[in-house]
Design a protein around this ligand. Structure first.
Ligand SMILES: Cc1cc2nc3c(=O)[nH]c(=O)nc-3n(C[C@H](O)[C@H](O)[C@H](O)COP(=O)(O)OP(=O)(O)OC[C@H]3O[C@@H](n4cnc5c(N)ncnc54)[C@H](O)[C@@H]3O)c2cc1C
Length: 382
């Protein structure tokens, strides 16, 4: 998010101030971005989320030209698999409502009956299902690190500076209600005309430094890579979301699965421990039940990262607030920040440069709703 915003600001000829990205870990090893499953879908319940992903599709297809430096850019191949949301009777109303909203926005999606699911994916057990929603186009997997590198290389080429340091406090001009300085771990104090909080799962501590509350907390999300020798018949497995919340996708030649943990609570941002019992007790049994070929599988590796989990409504929080007009939020992406990064960076660059959104209106994602405790709920979350 930091590099995307820096990219968009530095590409905008109407923005002429210096841009500095402060990053304590230039390897990004523990960032959500590096640990992401890096997939994109158009199946959301909120039009603004659908449109953000549609813009990402457009951006990804022009990626090379948009970020190239002297004709070179990271590769960003797209593996188009679709997402398949499965529903029991309980989930059908939600599935159908979301489908209608997605169609209105122009998403290429199809509602499938259980027999249609069986026909396309004969390896799946469907006894308990009432239907499914399948993304026909533009949904699948890319590479989050390459996307970030593309933004970063081009931003640096445009003059953006990257500083290996950590923000430890923020000084406010109390008379003007403006941020005036940030203090770094090294002791250095930098004056600034604005601050953008792109600290991912640690965002609430940056907000706290500015005296602002942010309902975003680090929550663990693990990914399990496994091998299955049996060949699945029918079409390739889409990124499938079981009604239980377990999801699985291909990661050739393997498969990748995950789920929200049973005890989904805030964790220490330095806690990257994979909860193996989640796999044994909650994920594998569901996979084996849904796809009997997954009864015999072998876990190859696993890792855990953090969602920057917005406890109010699991949606992004974007923009500034009245109390501190030069402090900007870019937070709370929960499980969909990879795909939202092009549209969010573009939106923030417009808001900062022109005082308004000019391409896609992101007002619904503002900080005001947090103050008013008015959730802007996304019903299709993973
Ligand atoms: C397992 C997993 C699977 C996911 N799958 C998907 C998916 O399929 N599709 C999707 O769209 N999204 C997915 N996401 C979510 C997505 O990865 C995130 O929303 C996105 O990467 C967030 O980017 P970010 O820049 O906000 O945060 P990060 O990538 O975490 O970057 C935040 C940066 O802030 C820095 N920072 C922290 N504190 C400070 C400080 N005090 N001073 C300066 N810098 C600081 C950190 O070092 C870090 O580099 C997934 C996430 C996880 C964990």
């Amino acid at each position: 998010m930091g590099s995307s915003t820096a990219y968009w600001l530095s590409e905008n000829p109407d923005y002429d101030e210096n841009i500095l990205v402060i990053e304590p870990d230039p390897t990004y090893a523990q960032s959500s971005t590096a640990l992401s499953e890096a997939s994109i879908r158009h199946q959301f319940s909120q039009p603004v989320n659908i449109k953000l992903s549609m813009f990402a599709t457009e951006f990804f297809s022009n990626f090379h030209d948009s970020v190239q430096v002297n004709g070179e850019a990271p590769e960003l191949p797209f593996r188009e698999t679709g997402y398949l949301f499965l529903a029991t009777n309980d989930g059908m109303e939600n599935l159908i409502n979301n489908h209608e909203i997605q169609k209105e926005c122009g998403a290429e999606v199809a509602l499938l009956s259980p027999s249609e699911i069986r026909k396309r994916f004969p390896y799946m057990k469907i006894d308990d299902l009432e239907g499914g929603s399948l993304g026909i186009k533009h949904e699948g997997t890319l590479d989050a690190f390459s996307l970030m590198q593309g933004f970063k290389l081009r931003a640096r080429h445009n003059g953006v500076e990257y500083l290996n340091n950590r923000v430890v406090s923020i000084n406010i001009d109390e008379n003007k209600n403006l941020v005036k300085e940030v203090k770094l771990d090294s002791g250095e104090i930098l004056s600034c005309s604005r601050v953008i909080n792109c600290a991912g799962p640690r965002a609430k501590w940056i907000a706290e430094m500015a005296g602002l509350e942010l309902p975003v907390e680090p929550r663990i999300r693990a990914a399990f890579l496994f091998d299955c020798r049996e060949v699945l018949g029918g079409q390739t497995l889409p990124l499938t979301i079981d009604p239980s919340g377990v999801h699985v996708r291909t990661d050739p030649p393997y498969f990748l699965a995950g789920a929200p943990p049973t005890d989904d609570v805030e964790v220490d941002p330095n806690d990257f421990k994979v909860r193996d019992e989640e796999w044994q007790e909650n994920i594998w049994p569901v996979l084996a039940q849904r796809i009997p070929a997954f009864e015999k599988i072998k876990v190859i590796s696993s890792w855990a990262g953090h969602y920057a989990y917005n406890t109010l409504d699991q949606n992004a929080i974007i923009g500034n607030c009245e109390k501190l007009s030069n402090f900007f939020f870019c937070n709370g992406f929960s499980g969909h920040g990879f795909q939202q990064s092009p549209g969010i960076g573009r939106g923030l660059s417009e808001l900062i440069t022109y005082g308004e959104y000019r391409s896609l209106d992101l007002t619904e994602l503002n900080y005001d709703r947090i103050l008013k405790n008015e959730p802007f709920l996304e019903k299709a979350v993973i």
